[in-house]
Design a protein around this ligand. Structure first.
Ligand code: SF4
Length: 498
């Protein structure tokens, strides 16, 4: 996918004039995610709008690239290339650094645009890219950088300027992966029909081709549509003659073959019941649900991953305290990552107040994220022995069962729902399940990151306040949703209902 940002030069147009079917390193991200996505990108049969979150990431990547450019300009004579011919001429001149290089290898069927070419002491050029990630071991990144080596046709490793001020080098260790990518992309390039693939909830729901692909999966009753059933399991079940959700729903779990990710009887039982739940649009209860007794405080955080240090900044620690009305929303907010430590301390102070006011406290959250963040913050600020942290993480009780309670685990362990995803919004928004609707229908985790970054960039105080209010309302709806989920579970799935 190519994004043309205002104020940036489009280099795709020039590339398109040469041959739109040359393989680009930027295809690696699609390919590593889904072969069909790579095919659709290459054959351009579907158009889509770039969403605000993708644009935010793109702009953040561009800012990072500009920071690296500035650092290189402080040390070297940097030349900005504006064409393939210009890049070749600059290389022949032997300039120190070429910015936005244009490279093409028609024999290999490759074209690419590394951020930088840096002249090595041997006189050869070494490509270098600026990437916001802190992890150089991502499959797509390794392919992309390996392809730059192929385009330069020398043995020098590629450099990558990562987020968090670290530089990594990648050399011939990625050759086998690059070969596999190129072989498959050449096959996809010649293929006239889109490849068959399986549904993946985590990948498909955020894919721009979702609306293009989903009807096909639904019409085929593809087993991979079921929550908890991996695409590889679906492949192997198909080989055994079980190709549709209806066929799976009619199986005796005890006679299902062992296939990858689906080998123990419990998993098989769950897969069959999940197929039945999907077809009948019904909830199946596997066990009685037990919820801890105490004064429930519902807890949810909002964080921003796009910080200068690449350490996530929790800008909002939100809580809904008893008696859980609209007015019982309580929170800690910090305006920017510079106040991160103050926000953490203020959150711990609030926890201490709650221990006095609401004892015994149950701090309910949805998914393991909140607990993981508390552990991470305790390590970040060297506070793992702090009394409040110890209490939150269950250390003072002599076991791991502190006041924190994960409602998602309670749901997943005991219920099978007619859903493809067991996220908080999947369950709460469903009209036949919890049926709680967020005030802002467009809100979500990616939306909140975009909003907070708008808040950071905004200079008008009134608009800044409006953005903050929207984020507070969103977080208040999140904690209200977990409260409504708690009530729904108590009402429908507990013995001795409350
Ligand atoms: S929606 Fe899913 S199957 Fe379709 S291209 Fe995207 S990731 Fe691949």
């Amino acid at each position: 996918m190519t994004i043309h940002s205002p104020g940036t030069v489009s280099i795709d147009n020039e590339y398109d004039k040469h041959d739109i079917r040359l393989i680009k390193p930027s295809y690696a991200a699609s390919w590593a995610s889904c072969r069909r996505r790579a095919w659709l990108n290459m054959h351009r049969t579907s158009d889509f709008e770039v969403d605000a979150f993708t644009r935010l990431l793109f702009d953040a990547g561009l800012e990072h690239e500009q920071r690296i450019l500035k650092q290189l300009q402080d040390k070297y004579d940097v030349h900005h290339a504006d064409s393939f011919e210009h890049t070749t001429a600059l290389m022949q001149q032997g300039v120190a650094v070429i910015y936005q290089a244009h490279l093409m290898n028609p024999e290999a069927g490759l074209v690419g645009f590394p951020d930088f070419l840096i002249r090595h002491e041997s006189g050869q050029y070494q490509s270098a890219d600026a990437k916001l990630t802190q992890n150089e071991n991502k499959r797509a990144l390794k392919i992309q950088l390996g392809l730059y080596r192929r385009l330069l046709e020398n043995d020098l490793p590629v450099m990558v300027f990562l987020g968090g001020n670290r530089t990594a080098v990648i050399g011939s260790e990625t050759d086998a992966l690059v070969d596999a990518f190129l072989a498959d992309m050449r096959q996809l390039r010649e293929q006239l029909v889109q490849p068959d693939v399986r549904y993946s909830h985590s990948k498909c729901r955020i894919c721009p081709y979702f609306e293009h692909c989903r009807p096909h999966f639904v019409n085929q009753e593809d087993i991979s549509l079921l929550h908890g059933v991996h695409g590889r399991s679906a492949e192997h079940l198909a080989t055994a003659g079980i190709r549709t959700i209806s066929q799976l729903a009619a199986q005796d779990p005890g006679t299902l073959p062992d296939v990858p990710h689906l080998s123990g009887i419990k998993r098989k039982q769950r897969a069959v019941v999940q197929a039945q739940a999907y077809l009948q649009n019904q909830v199946f209860q596997l066990n009685n649900i037990e919820l801890p007794t105490g004064n429930w405080i519902h807890f949810d955080i909002e964080d921003n991953p796009l910080t200068l240090t690449r350490e996530r900044h929790v800008y909002l620690w939100g809580m809904l305290v008893p008696p859980h009305t609209h007015h019982d929303f309580d929170y800690v907010w910090t305006d920017h990552e510079g106040a991160d430590y103050d926000g953490w301390l203020a959150f711990l102070e609030k926890i201490e107040q709650y221990r006095i006011t609401f004892s015994p406290v149950i701090l309910a959250h949805y998914s393991n994220h909140e607990k993981a963040v508390i552990k991470h913050y305790a390590q970040r600020y060297n506070m793992t022995e702090h009394a409040s942290v110890q209490w939150l993480l269950g250390k003072t009780q002599g076991n791991d069962h502190g006041p924190m309670f994960d409602l998602q685990k309670a749901v997943q362990d005991n219920l099978v729902l007619p859903l493809q995803g067991y996220g908080l919004k999947d369950i709460c928004k469903h009209p036949e399940l919890v049926n709680f609707q967020w005030e802002n229908t467009a809100s979500g985790s990616q939306w909140s990151i975009v909003q907070f970054n708008r808040f950071l960039a905004e200079t008008d105080p009134a608009e800044k306040q409006r953005l903050k209010s929207e984020l507070l309302n969103y977080n208040r709806d999140d904690v209200t949703a977990t409260h409504r989920l708690e009530l729904w579970l108590r009402d429908r799935f507990m013995q001795g209902r409350v």
